[in-house]
Ligand binder design. Sequence first.
Ligand code: ZN
Length: 537
Amino acid sequence: MKEISQYRVIFYSAIIFTLFYNFSFFKAVLGVYPPSGMNIIYLFSIFALLIVFITFFFTLFSSKYTTKPLLIVTFVVSSFVAYFMDAYSIVIDTEMIRNTLQTNLNESTDLFSIKLVVYVLLLGVLPSFLVYKSNIVYKPLKGEILSKLKSLILTLVLVLVIIFSFSKFYTSFFREHKPLRYHVNPIYWIYSIGKYISNSLDSTPTTLKKIGLDAKIDFTKEDDEVKELIIMVVGEAARADRFSLNGYEKETNPLLKKEDIINFSNMYSCGTSTAVSVPCMFSFYSRDNYNYKKGVSTENVIDVLKNTGKVDILWRDNNSDSKGVALRVDFEDFKTPENNTICDDVECRDEGMLIGLDKYIKEHSDKDILIVLHQMGNHGPAYYKRYPKEFEKFTPVCKTNELEKCTKEEVNNAYDNAILYTDYFLSKVINFLKPYSKKYETAMMYISDHGESLGENGLYLHGIPYFIAPNSQKHVASFLWLAEGEMREDYDIEKLKSYSNRKFSQDNLFHTLLGLFEVETKIYDKKMDILNDAKID
Ligand SMILES: [Zn+2]
């Protein structure tokens, strides 16, 4: 093969990256700057800028030992990134990286497709092979350093020239259209990984901050000899507007509508991914103050309940894991047939989490009980796998994870059938609890972790940064069921129903759970307790 310098290989690679890995980016740019008049010139300048900047970036890290491996790894990873950005319009930010690392192999197989293989072969393997085979000649050290400096200075000058030639355009581009940069491949995902690593390193020596040390439950209060039994269901990717309880035209809640529930039609999530929403909703911090580090280093509402010494807590998980929430309480993995007795050839079903709970309740009768059930729910993109055959009421159904290949109707049907199964599961939870309402103060609370995009504006799945995320990823299904008997005597149900359309968010969960368990502590904020206004003293 012909001899070539490493700077030339980097330059060619930059052209390839810009041309073939950035469809999403240029699509997003065209959305903001339609191709007419000056915009066409701007577009070309972005093109040139990207090539020069990528060249600068790899030149910075170039050397005899790093150039080839760095380019090869970047090509392979970027081929995956390009696929997921093109197919699902997702972006790879630090939260997405955290989410991906917390996703288990089982969930990943759901994302496999032929198109992905094509992307990886053409954009990952092929250019990697060419780089690997390239006959790079290196000059003696001094000459290399000189060439490297020359290349760095040249590209940097070019970057500055391009930006300053169109300074007005680039000011608006960088300031007013921040979300555009999320699509720049490979620069943005490399930046995100860097940020993710620096965040993680930063949070390694964390000590757990205890909160609510004064929390106590007074069992001796005369009306409080009856223990509490509460089930909290954490849903998965259930949009509020797909519950017929919230006015969806298809009947997706045939069973729940028969139950006397208090529907929260205006519930909003804390994040747009499981990895953010789940720890955030149990956390003491509100959405504005929450971040990952604060979440893992501070006790959550489950810890506070446990610390009273009067509540036993069990977390059963059919989703992934508790995202750090249930580290200090009993945890059972229900994705495996070893624990879950209702598994078919597709997967273990949410309803399996109810099996054996009678035994748990019996064995913990001397205390209050909180059971958290973390659902598989509407985990995408393979919605058609999320329900047993008999729940396939809405047809035709999208039977592939390549959602863009299906019609909108087929995607909607698959998603709605999964909601239908969740309706069945949730009503089963309620009916499981009913027999306990004589002996216990019993309630069930349901909140989905986040919503989902189903092709609106070409967007699929979830995980878009919160401030630009569409409502469908943030407006979530949620309701409360209070059992007949002791539990209902504490609340004015009609009053509670009268304000169930108020805007609530996952920030309310922390204080609502403390309220339900009648915990006394300084950190309890009754204004944040959804039930407070309806409490009967
Ligand atoms: Zn989720």
